[in-house]
Unconditional design. Structure first.
Length: 240
């Protein structure tokens, strides 16, 4: 099995600095250290997703109050609450870090109880899913793996594999940060992802996210002016 760069001992620091900047080597440990104090004083913040009023999610793991996780988690849970958990697949282990999960979880690299360690293109279960979730995962495909390339082709292949696992009328929900993977941004810009619907959100303040157009989102930069993603795409796919 190939090694993911952010799990590799030797390449981890180099990868981290390349993706997030040298200053984050100092700021991330500081934020983790101060997390209990920061979370105590943070006030609940709401945002709107497709006219639904959701509350941002703050948690010490992965510093959700700093990153796009603050809006991705409530959006994912919004979809998750509408279906039978036995008919859900999560591609990329994210939600279990924030509470117990009962749905299937597929993650090529991350080890853990109940996690299926397979590549999505090689996963052939004996059932189909009403909902497949992927939270800030596909942008890493072919981009953050050692000796990988052709990120765009691999992303399209992964999405196609996901769609084959959907039950009739099922939904594939994918969230990604804008301006992290240039090849993924180009797929979005060239409208090659073939989603049924996409919703874009951008940050206007440190803890404020608003819906915006695709063109507005693609103008945003990663890690500037705010840490990590400054815009995200939430894409919905069907199997038809």
């Amino acid at each position: 099995m190939k090694t993911h760069l952010y799990n590799a001992k030797l390449g981890k620091v180099r990868w981290f600095v390349t993706r997030f900047g040298a200053m984050e080597l100092l700021l991330k440990p500081l934020r983790i250290l101060l997390a209990p104090l920061i979370l105590f004083f943070l006030k609940p913040t709401v945002f709107y997703f497709q006219k639904n009023r959701l509350t941002q999610f703050y948690h010490s793991y992965n510093m959700t109050w700093v990153s796009e996780r603050g809006v991705e988690i409530p959006i994912a849970r919004f979809f998750l609450d509408q279906v039978d958990k036995a008919a859900v697949l999560e591609v990329g282990n994210v939600l279990s870090h924030y509470g117990p999960v009962t749905h299937d979880v597929l993650d090529k690299f991350e080890k853990g109880t109940g996690i299926i360690n397979q590549d999505i293109v090689d996963y052939h279960p004996q059932k189909n899913y009403a909902l497949i979730l992927s939270i800030s995962t596909i942008e890493h495909i072919g981009f953050d793996d050692e000796n990988e390339s052709n990120s765009a082709d691999k992303i399209l292949s992964a999405l196609a594999s996901c769609k084959t696992l959907l039950a009739p009328g099922g939904t594939l929900l994918v969230t990604v940060p804008i301006a992290y993977n240039p090849e993924l941004d180009e797929l979005i810009r060239a409208e090659r992802l073939q989603f049924n619907r996409a919703t874009f959100l951008r940050r206007t303040e440190s803890h404020q996210w608003v819906e915006c157009s695709q063109s507005e989102a693609l103008l945003c930069r990663y890690k500037s002016p705010y840490p990590y993603a400054n815009a995200i795409m939430v894409a919905e796919f069907g199997n038809n």
